[in-house]
Design a protein around this ligand. Structure first.
Ligand SMILES: [Zn+2]
Length: 698
C-alpha cells in the first residue's frame, strides 16, 4: 500500500478505502490522485495528514532566508524539499514524503544539521523553491516558452537616454524579453494596470482587467527585481533609488500599435513594487464609440452644446469619468472652439488642445493655471477634478463669464455633487445659476459573448433574489472561457445618468433642496437613474444582475433607505430673512426645508417631483389655482393634492389653514406690507407647524 493511502486511512478520511495509488507512482502524481479521490485540496490534505506522522504542517510564511543558504538548490529540487528555518543543530525542512529515509541522510550530509520534517504538498514546495532559488536558469526556463517574435513584438518607442542605463544586467536579453512578455500579454488581455509586487514567496504579476485583478504569473524574487528595474528604465526613473516612490511615463509599440504607460514604483518592506497603468489611444474614442446609451448620449450632447456654465462628471475612482470627459472633449475639438485643460495628471495627450499638467512642486496649481488660462480666453475649459474651494470659485467665475467649464467630482450620484460643491464653498445661488448638468458614471462588465449562456430553466437562489430586488429577469448567465480568462465577462460598458439642470431643478437647488430629494426631482424631470440604465442593459442581455449588484448594489440600498427621510416643508415668502429664520427653526426641528419666493416658484418646485408634507406661506395659496396659472397645473402637479398649506403671514396672530373650496382671491402683492405686519411670533410659528404636520400624518 502506498504510504499516502495508508496515512489517509490512519487519519480516518472518508473515501480512504477507495484510494488506490500504484507503488511506483511519482510524488506529484500520488498527491494529485489522493487529493482528487478524497475531494480535498493539497494544502487541506497536508494539514490533515501531518499529525498522522507526528509532524507539523509546513508554514512557508515563516521561511527564513538563512535556512536557504544551508541546503544546495540541487538537493532541494532532487528530493522536493524546502528549508524553512534553522537553529544551531537542526534544519526544519518541508517535505512531501516524510517516509523517505534517503532524504534524511542527504540533508544531514549536505547541511550538517539534523533535519526536522514538516509536511507540505509537492506543489507548495515547488512554488516555494521557484520563489527562492532565483537564477538565470529559472529565468531561462520561464522564457523558454516565450516565442522570440512575441517578446520582440514590443518596441520601446522613445529611446532611452544612455546615462539612465547604468546597470548592465537590467538590459540583459532575458530581462528585456520577460518584461516585454508581461507588457504584451497585459495589452492583449486588455488590462488597464499591471501590478508587479514582491511577496513572502517570491514575486507576483497581476493584471487588472475590466476593473478586476487577475493573477498572471509568479516570479522568483531576483527576476522580479530585475523586471522592476527594467520598467524603471523604461519610465526614466532612477534605478539606483529604491527608497523613494517614483513615477514616470513611457511609450511602447505592441504589434505596431502605440500604447502609453504611466509607471509608478513604491518601496515595500522587502523590495520595490511597480504599477504600470496602460493608457490606450482607443481610450479617447468619441462619445458615440464608447457605448453610451442613445438617450443618455443625446442628453449629454445637449449639455456640451451649452455656451457657458458648468458640466460635471461624477463617480468613484475607476468609474471611467475621465474617459468620458476626454471623449466629450474630442468630440468638441472641431477646431472652431478653443479648448484648454488643467489636469493632474494629464492622462492622454489630445491633438489641438492646450493641456496644463498641475505640478505643485513647481508652483503650478489648479487655481493659478486656471487663472492663467482664462486670460487666453478659451471657450471650453476642462478642470481635471475640483478638489479645493479656490478652484471651485474660479471655475464658477469662468462659468459666469461666458466659458463652458467641464470638471469631475468624486460622488455617488449626480445630485450629490450639489452637496459636494456646497462643501467646496460655492453658494446655492451660484450653483443654481452656473450648473448646466451632472453625469454620474459607473463601468459595468459586459458578459463574454463567447461563453454567456441564455438563462433558461430554473434560476439559482441568487438569481431569484436579485431578480426580485431589481424587478427584472436576467437574459444571460456569465460562464467563463479561455477568451475571458474564465471570468465570464469581457469588456466594459458605461452606465451613465445624466441630470440636465432645468429651471425647476435650479430653483430647488437655490431653495435648499439637496441629496435624495433633488435626485428624485431630477428623475421626474427626465433623468434615467443609474439603476434603470443598468436594468435596461440586463434586459438587453449585455450584463448580469450579479454585475449590477457588484457595481451599484450599495447605492440601490441607500435609495431605499433614504426614501423614508424626514418630512419636507416648503417655505414660501418674499422676504429672504423670514425664509432664513423659518428654515433655521424647521431644520432644527428635524424637517427638510425648501424655499420659494413667490407662488410661481412654489408651483415649479412642487411640479418638479419633490413631495412636501406641508407648505408654509404668507400668500393666499388658492391664488395658485386662478386662471393666471395654467389650468392643467393641477394635473401636472399631483403633489399639490397631497400637500397641506398653512398660511403664515408676518403677524403674530395666525389664521387657520385655508379651505380648498375657498373662492379664488385676487393675487396678493409680491411684497407683503411690512408696515402693517407686527413682529413675528416664532415660538407660535414652530408650534403651528408641528401640530399641522401631526394632522397631516393622520
Ligand atoms: Zn468567455
Amino acid at each position: 500500500m502506498h504510504w499516502l493511502a495508508a496515512a489517509a486511512a490512519r487519519a480516518g478520511l472518508k473515501g480512504a478505502d477507495a484510494l488506490v495509488i500504484p507503488p511506483d507512482t511519482g510524488l506529484i502524481d500520488a498527491w494529485e490522485i489522493a487529493s482528487r479521490t478524497l475531494g480535498l485540496s493539497a494544502p487541506e490534505l497536508a494539514k490533515i495528514l501531518a499529525p498522522t506522522f507526528g509532524l507539523a504542517e509546513a508554514d512557508f510564511e515563516k521561511a527564513e532566508t538563512r535556512a536557504l543558504t544551508l541546503l544546495p538548490e540541487r538537493i532541494a529540487r532532487k528530493y522536493h524539499v524546502f528549508p524553512v528555518r534553522e537553529d544551531e543543530r537542526h534544519l526544519v525542512v518541508a517535505t512531501a514524503d516524510p517516509t523517505n529515509i534517503e532524504v534524511e541522510h542527504a540533508i544531514g550530509f549536505a547541511a550538517g544539521r539534523r533535519p526536522i520534517f514538516e509536511l507540505a504538498s509537492p506543489a507548495a514546495i515547488e512554488e516555494a523553491l521557484f520563489g527562492a532559488f532565483a537564477s538565470d536558469r529559472a529565468m531561462d526556463q520561464l522564457l523558454s516558452s516565450v516565442d522570440e517574435q512575441v517578446a520582440d513584438a514590443v518596441r520601446v518607442v522613445e529611446d532611452l537616454e544612455p546615462e539612465s542605463v547604468d546597470a548592465a544586467e537590467v538590459d540583459s536579453a532575458p530581462v528585456v524579453k520577460l518584461t516585454n512578455l508581461i507588457l504584451r500579454d497585459a495589452i492583449i488581455q486588455t488590462a488597464s494596470d499591471i501590478h508587479i509586487e514582491p511577496g513572502a514567496k517570491g514575486g507576483t504579476v497581476r493584471f487588472r482587467v475590466d476593473g478586476v485583478m487577475r493573477q498572471y504569473m509568479h516570479l522568483p524574487m531576483v527576476a522580479l527585481n530585475r523586471v522592476v528595474s527594467r520598467i524603471k528604465v523604461l519610465g526614466r526613473l532612477d534605478i539606483a533609488d529604491r527608497i523613494r516612490p517614483q513615477d514616470g511615463r513611457s511609450r511602447v509599440a505592441v504589434d505596431g500599435r502605440y500604447v502609453d504607460l504611466r509607471i509608478a514604483t513604491v518601496p515595500t518592506r522587502d523590495a520595490e513594487k511597480a504599477v504600470i497603468r496602460i493608457l490606450r489611444p482607443e481610450s479617447t474614442r468619441r462619445l458615440d464609440e464608447v457605448g453610451v446609451t442613445p438617450r443618455e448620449l443625446a442628453r449629454l450632447r445637449q449639455l456640451l452644446n451649452c455656451r457657458d456654465g458648468i458640466v460635471i462628471v461624477t463617480g468613484p475612482t475607476g468609474s471611467g469619468k475621465t474617459t468620458t470627459m476626454y471623449s466629450a472633449i474630442r468630440e468638441m475639438a472641431t477646431g472652431e472652439v478653443n479648448i484648454s485643460t488643467v489636469e493632474d495628471p494629464v492622462e492622454y495627450e489630445l491633438p489641438g488642445i492646450t493641456q496644463i499638467q498641475v505640478d505643485p512642486k513647481r508652483g503650478i496649481t489648479f487655481a493659478n493655471s486656471l487663472r492663467a488660462l482664462l486670460r487666453q480666453d478659451p471657450d471650453v475649459i476642462f478642470v481635471g477634478e475640483i478638489r479645493d474651494s479656490e478652484t471651485a470659485q474660479i471655475a464658477a467665475q469662468a462659468a459666469m463669464t461666458g466659458h463652458l467649464v467641464l470638471a469631475t467630482l468624486h460622488t455617488n450620484d449626480a445630485m450629490s455633487s450639489i452637496t459636494r460643491l456646497i462643501d467646496l464653498g460655492l453658494d446655492r445661488q451660484t450653483i443654481a445659476t452656473t450648473l448646466r448638468g451632472v453625469l454620474a458614471q459607473r463601468l459595468i462588465r459586459r458578459v463574454c459573448p463567447d461563453c454567456a449562456q441564455p438563462l433558461i430553466g430554473a434560476l439559482t437562489e441568487e438569481e431569484e433574489a436579485l431578480g426580485a430586488r431589481y424587478g427584472v429577469l436576467p437574459l444571460s448567465r456569465a460562464m467563463g472561457c479561455k477568451r475571458c480568462g474564465n471570468t465570464g465577462y469581457r469588456g466594459r460598458l458605461p452606465l451613465i445618468e445624466v441630470a440636465v439642470i432645468t429651471p425647476a431643478l435650479a430653483d430647488m437647488i437655490a431653495g435648499g433642496t439637496s441629496g435624495h430629494a433633488l435626485q428624485r426631482a431630477a428623475i421626474s424631470q427626465g433623468m434615467a437613474p443609474l439603476r434603470d440604465v443598468a436594468i435596461a442593459r440586463v434586459r438587453r442581455g449585455e450584463t448580469t444582475l450579479q454585475e449590477i449588484e457588484r457595481v451599484i448594489g450599495d447605492q440601490v440600498e441607500d435609495q431605499v433607505h433614504q426614501d423614508s427621510g424626514p418630512p419636507a416643508i416648503l417655505v414660501v415668502n418674499a422676504d429672504p430673512s423670514w425664509r432664513r429664520m423659518a428654515r433655521a427653526l424647521l431644520e432644527g426641528g428635524g424637517f427638510r426645508v425648501a424655499e420659494a419666493m413667490d407662488a410661481a416658484q412654489a408651483m415649479q418646485l412642487m411640479g418638479s417631483g419633490e413631495e412636501f408634507a406641508l407648505m408654509v406661506t404668507d400668500l393666499m395659496m388658492p391664488s395658485m389655482m386662478q386662471p393666471a396659472f395654467p389650468s392643467q397645473a393641477q394635473q401636472r402637479v399631483p403633489s399639490l393634492r397631497h400637500t397641506t398649506a398653512i398660511q403664515m403671514p408676518n403677524v403674530p396672530s395666525l389664521p387657520g389653514p385655508p379651505r380648498q373650496e375657498e373662492p379664488a382671491a385676487p393675487p396678493p402683492p409680491a411684497t407683503p406690507d411690512k408696515e402693517q405686519a407686527g413682529p413675528v411670533d416664532w415660538a407660535r410659528f414652530a408650534a403651528t407647524v408641528q401640530s399641522s404636520i401631526r394632522r397631516t400624518e393622520h
